[in-house]
Design a protein around this ligand. Structure first.
Ligand SMILES: Cc1cc2nc3c(=O)[nH]c(=O)nc-3n(C[C@H](O)[C@H](O)[C@H](O)COP(=O)(O)O)c2cc1C
Ligand code: SF4
Ligand code: SF4
Length: 273
């Protein structure tokens, strides 16, 4: 197996920080003046987290795996006052009414670029995205979800009563599946990856949190997801790569309304030991 990292002997000061920081404990040096490197067998267990490359004060470590290299953090810009962050997070709302205006692809790409930095189990980064950008296609997919609900209700699905309401509302011209959003973002991944669901939820959570900074709103599309994981017609319409499953979906667009207030929440429930 190729070594996932290389260390530049001239640049390395032998400070040992990379050895301390490696979460897998696979970087070592023979003596204090020797160049650090992976221990035998280390390449096989390296999680490709990039901590060694990110931490090295001398910039001596090069990770050889990612398609996109490391990025320098602009000084100070990663700091945010807790009160500012709290205000931002508290202002986030699920958006169920959208303007008709489309979000341009560059903005969606910039949003997804932020989400690339979300954590993932063992740094697997398993999430792929399907962005349904055409509003007419979003409606068509929502219609397929409704078609599945009609059938599922007739077949005695345990959620038949709720599906009945969604179907009747759809027939009356109201989309409660994708909430009339112009776009739908679907996180998909290898169906056999046991971490894919958790990682997809984390990535979508980041997307939801980052969206308002772009002036955008989101809505978790749970009813859509239910249909997408059960309806062969919807699965075919999504056209995901072979072996991939839709992990979760989220409606996206410009919010129609501004929310001047934050609703109450339960108090923090915490046990200290
Ligand atoms: C579901 C999940 C499980 C994780 N489990 C561990 C763990 O058991 N031990 C650990 O050191 N890191 C764990 N991590 C952290 C990941 O390894 C880490 O997110 C990844 O390497 C990317 O690095 P970052 O946190 O710097 O973004 C976990 C992350 C996730 C999302
Ligand atoms: S952190 Fe960088 S400079 Fe320090 S020992 Fe590791 S590679 Fe060398
Ligand atoms: S990429 Fe992560 S796991 Fe691999 S050697 Fe560097 S710090 Fe260790």
């Amino acid at each position: 197996m190729d070594h996932p990292i290389t260390v530049d002997s001239d640049a390395c000061t032998r400070c040992g920080i990379c050895i301390e920081i490696c979460p897998m404990g696979i970087i070592a040096q023979d003596g204090p003046d020797d160049l650090p490197g992976l221990v035998p067998g280390g390449a096989a267990v390296c999680s490709r987290c990039g901590h060694c490359e990110a931490v090295c004060p001398a910039g001596a470590v090069s990770a050889r795996y990612p398609a996109c290299g490391p990025q320098h953090l602009p000084g100070g810009s990663a700091a945010i006052a807790p009160a500012d962050l709290a205000a931002y997070l508290r202002a986030r709302r699920t958006v169920r009414r959208y303007r008709e205006e489309c979000v341009d692809r560059e903005t969606v790409e910039a949003l997804l670029d932020v989400v690339r930095f979300a954590p993932s189990g063992m740094n697997g980064q398993p999430v792929h995205w399907l962005v349904v950008h055409d509003p007419a296609e979003v409606r068509r997919l929502a219609g397929l979800a409704i078609a599945w609900m009609r059938e599922a209700s007739r077949a005695g699905h345990p959620m038949a009563d709720l599906f009945g309401v969604l179907v009747r509302t759809w027939d009356a011209g109201v989309d409660q599946i994708c909430r009339g959003a112009p776009h739908l973002v679907i996180a998909h991944a290898d169906a056999k990856n046991p971490m894919a669901y958790t990682d997809s939820i984390i990535a979508l959570t980041w997307l939801e949190v980052a969206a308002p900074s772009f002036g955008l709103g989101t809505c978790w599309a749970g009813f859509f997801q239910m249909a997408a994981s059960a309806s062969p017609a919807l699965a075919e319409a999504l056209g995901l790569p072979e072996g991939h499953a839709p992990q979760y979906a989220m409606a996206l667009g410009y919010p129609a309304y501004r929310f001047p207030r934050v609703p109450g929440r339960e108090p923090v429930r915490v046990t200290w030991r």
